[in-house]
Ligand binder design. Structure first.
Ligand SMILES: [Zn+2]
Length: 325
């Protein structure tokens, strides 16, 4: 019996657009971001199952949705100031040459707003199907009034606030397992009792100054063997004291031993450990019947897509979008 992938466009829990793979060269940028993770995941799934999987394409966020999280002043700077973008993407002189650009740096806003819109759309699909993924997004370092650490718009916070404003959810939990602390999201929801923030991250990793989440689990260098138990204990505890209507799973692949960003060297998890991590989160939400949306967040270099591939495949299998015929 061959595996068959559902072909009904209405019937998918994956959100993606070919525009996620932004051609940075058009903007004069020469920096090795792994923007093609969604494409690589879809490509491998197509190879393994013999068919191209369906996905839904998001649209850019509306100004009224951006305003739920970001200050007017910051949004104006994004539209007017090239320097703002150079700062957020930490572009050194040799990584940005406006003379090679065919598009102004500020126009990157549209692709980023689209990817952030993907997190909102995937969250809506999660409420419908139980599990859904945006094959991108997860910009957890963006604050209300500034972006940083390659994060421009806090798509996680925007999605939650839009769903709350639309009265689709009351309470949300963010389970952030990226290598880096989910500091932007933690600060945005610091005084908001309707959103529970949990972050498991490298203590030695950037940012040096950490914000306060509802639960922070610092992992120290050499604690790879404790990572899974610490993560599982924290998630189990969080879900005993807070029952959300939606879980946003920030599934960064940068704790992977094959991640190439020099700053992620403090944590070297194997592909198997990360598969167990992601299975645990997906299983836990499924058992408790809490809708879960997954976003990719950090991950750098040619191999990190392998982590996301395992998690997406598991989600597809669990929701029945990978069908046995
Ligand atoms: Zn990260």
């Amino acid at each position: 019996m061959a595996m068959e992938i559902s072909r009904n466009v209405q019937n998918t829990n994956l959100v993606y657009s070919p525009r996620y793979n932004t051609n940075l060269v058009d903007y004069g940028i020469d920096k090795p971001f792994a923007l093609d993770r969604g494409q690589l995941v879809l490509g491998q799934l197509a190879k393994e199952f013999g068919k191209t999987l369906d996905y839904v394409e998001p649209v850019e966020l509306l100004p009224s949705q951006l305003n739920l999280v970001h200050s007017e002043d910051y949004l104006i700077r994004l539209h007017k100031s090239e320097q703002e973008w150079i700062k957020i993407f930490e572009l050194k002189a040799n990584e940005y040459n406006p003379h090679n650009a065919t598009m102004p740096l500020m126009d990157l806003f549209h692709d980023i707003s689209l990817k952030a819109g993907g997190t909102l759309l995937a969250s809506q699909l999660a409420l419908e199907y139980g599990l859904a993924a945006n094959l991108g997004g997860g910009y957890h370092h963006a604050f209300a009034n500034c972006g940083r650490g390659f994060c421009v718009l806090n798509d996680i916070a925007i999605a939650i606030k839009v769903l709350q404003a639309d009265q689709k959810i009351n309470k949300a939990m963010i389970i952030d397992l990226d290598f880096h602390q989910g500091d932007g999201t933690a600060l945005i929801f610091k005084d908001d009792n309707s959103v529970f923030t949990l972050s498991v991250h490298s203590q030695e990793g950037w940012p040096e100054f950490k914000q306060r989440s509802n639960i922070d689990v610092p992992i120290f260098t050499g604690e790879e063997n404790l990572y899974l138990s610490k993560t599982q204990n924290a998630i189990n505890h969080a879900l005993k004291i807070f029952i959300p209507d939606l879980i946003v799973f920030v599934a960064g692949s940068d704790p992977y031993e094959k991640d190439v960003l020099p700053g992620t060297r403090f944590l070297k998890l194997s592909l198997e450990q990360l598969a167990q991590r992601d299975s645990f989160v997906i299983d836990t939400a499924t058992k408790l019947a809490i809708p879960l949306v997954m976003v990719f967040a950090g991950g750098y270099g040619p191999y990190v897509w392998e982590v996301h591939y395992n998690a997406v495949k598991e989600m597809l299998a669990k929701t029945g979008f990978l069908k046995n015929n």
